[in-house]
Design a protein around this ligand. Structure first.
Ligand code: GLN
Length: 199
């Protein structure tokens, strides 16, 4: 069973822990480099990306996180977590850093303000069955992607889910809906990475 961490500096950590556990992973909060070293994969939750970035720096996690993402640890970012995985963001706040990992440019708060938050059905490549109920809360969108990035979903012409290798990101929050198919997809990515290579 894969052990999957949830970066627990700020944001909706608990909901991700529940979603991962429901999708058959062992889920743990990660706040310290020693805890990061013990997980097979990591979720970066929604919340506020500037705050997550500053707390990651304060907790000495920025470089360890970057190193593990570079080494190919499977990682899944929702909303603010998507922003953290962007190689580049438009209009970063001062002091805001990302981990990178996905060759994309992300626009923060692209879908509008808090009171313009909305839900919409989203068809996600790799998630079988009915569309997922996408919860968009001051959500970013992906402005552009590099050639190695797989676009998994769009909403009204804007990219809202992507994957590059072992990094997955969504603009929306599957952890809030009780439908754990996106988490199951991520757990499978982690499992695939763990599986011994067949010769
Ligand atoms: N707009 C927030 C940010 O910039 C993200 C919102 C969210 O995670 N729901 O970090």
């Amino acid at each position: 069973t894969p052990v999957i961490g949830v970066l627990a500096l700020q944001g909706d950590v608990r909901e991700h822990l529940v979603a991962l556990a429901t999708a058959d992973a062992v889920a743990r909060p990660v706040r310290r480099p020693e805890e990061l070293a013990e997980v097979d994969g990591l979720v970066i939750p929604g919340g506020e990306s500037t705050t997550i970035s500053k707390l990651a720096a304060l907790f000495g996690l920025l470089e360890p996180l970057r190193a593990r993402v570079r080494e190919g640890m499977p990682v899944y970012g929702t909303c603010a977590g998507m922003i953290m995985l962007a190689d580049k963001i438009l209009d970063p706040r001062s002091g805001q850093e990302t981990l990178g990992g996905i060759d994309m440019i992300v626009r923060r708060n692209a879908f509008g303000r808090q009171n313009e938050s909305f839900e919409a059905a989203v068809d996600i490549k790799g998630v079988a069955g009915d569309p997922v109920e996408g919860v968009f809360i001051r959500a970013p969108w992906v402005e552009s992607v590099g050639a190695d990035v797989d676009v998994l979903a769009e909403h009204e012409g804007h990219i809202v889910a992507v994957r590059q290798g072992d990094a997955l990101a969504t603009s929306f929050h599957p952890e809030l809906t009780g439908d754990h198919r996106v988490h199951a997809l991520f757990v499978e990515m982690v499992r695939a990475k763990q599986a011994p290579r067949s010769l």
